[in-house]
Design a protein around this ligand. Structure first.
Ligand code: FO1
Length: 311
């Protein structure tokens, strides 16, 4: 299929969907707009977990079970850093470190995050265009009973244990969309929201001024895939987070968060009963097998999504 497609993507779930999408469309026509709200500095290195997860997955070098990091990586450097008393709660493998060293070095030279992301993608042989949502810093922070913490502190160090009382995307309001981001949405024939945590993976992308407006005004149909199936997140804290932030924990509840720009919402068979509720939001529900168990299933899901938006 030679149609231009833009995908809004978070981390592991999105990357697994994209691995299927590239089986059914020409990757050269695909622009992936990635979340940078999870980015952090660790050991003075600049790390972009979601951009790397997409890169590694599409390059076929991601850790198969974790979904993030590199397959078969070792942790000798991090173990050695322990000698100097450095923390190791954020696991950085030896191969993965090369990406962070390269990115940090290029940023220090004055390159933008989009330039470096393109260079990293090229080095891994990616055919899709991977764009950070912004070159300006956007940092997700969450408020727990203990106060505000950085996203990776909540996600990895605290293991998503504390209840999330509030989320903010620091810097988002002043951030400009990265080069090509709005053009990709406005010039696409289809826009897809990959199955990602609606609050912390898609939230930072939508918080960059201009992105949400572009989604509302694009002539392309906008489709999304529910990350909530049968009232539960398949992976990660999305269900608990929706609940503590006062949203309905269901595929319909997530559709409501995006109803201002969404045309089609793909839900699992388990949620077929929510179709009427979704229709009332002005969104067309499509029932499909939404659990991504392997790349072939992901390709099947991608085919379904595109079939619905390219009619
Ligand atoms: N996730 C973890 O649960 N534990 C880790 O130690 C960890 C390290 C890590 C290193 C590099 C990277 O690109 C991702 C990493 N992740 C880790 C995943 C990351 O925290 C999450 O996937 C995202 O930020 C949420 O999408």
């Amino acid at each position: 299929m030679a149609l231009k497609i833009a995908v809004l993507a978070g981390g592991v779930g999105a990357a697994r969907f994209l691995a299927g999408l590239v089986r059914v469309v020409d990757p050269a026509n695909l622009t992936v707009i990635g979340n940078t709200g999870d980015d952090l500095e660790f050991y003075g290195l600049y790390i972009s977990p979601d951009l790397d997860t997409v890169t590694y997955t599409l390059a076929g070098v991601a850790h198969p079970e974790q979904g993030w990091g590199r397959a078969g990586d070792s942790f000798r450097v991090q173990a050695e850093l322990g000698r100097f008393g450095l923390p190791a709660w954020f696991k950085l493998g030896d191969l993965d470190l090369a990406t962070h060293i390269y990115r940090s070095w290029r940023l220090r030279q004055g390159a933008t995050l989009s330039q470096v992301t393109a260079e990293v993608a090229k080095a891994f042989g990616l055919e899709v265009r991977l764009l950070p949502v912004s070159d300006d810093p956007v940092r997700t922070r969450v408020r727990t009973a203990e106060g505000w913490v950085d996203f990776q502190d909540y996600f990895v160090r605290l293991g998503t244990e504390p209840e999330v009382l509030e989320v903010r995307f620091e810097g988002a309001q002043a951030a400009r969309p990265g080069p090509g981001v709005l053009e990709a949405i406005l010039g696409a024939e289809a826009v897809v929201l990959a199955p990602s945590n609606p609050i912390i993976s898609l939230g930072p992308i939508l918080a960059v001024p201009g992105v949400r407006e572009a989604l509302r005004s694009t002539r392309a149909k906008v489709a999304g895939i529910s990350p909530i199936i049968g009232g539960r997140a398949l992976k990660g804290p999305a269900d608990r987070m929706l609940k503590s932030l006062g949203h309905e924990v269901s595929a319909a509840g997530v559709a409501r968060l995006f109803a201002d720009f969404l045309d089609v919402w793909v839900i699992d068979g388990a949620d077929a009963g929510l179709s009427a509720e979704i229709e009332k939001l002005g969104v067309r529900p499509v029932v499909a097998e939404a659990v991504i168990s392997d790349p072939e299933r992901a390709a099947e899901l991608a085919r379904t999504v595109l079939g619905e938006v390219l009619v």
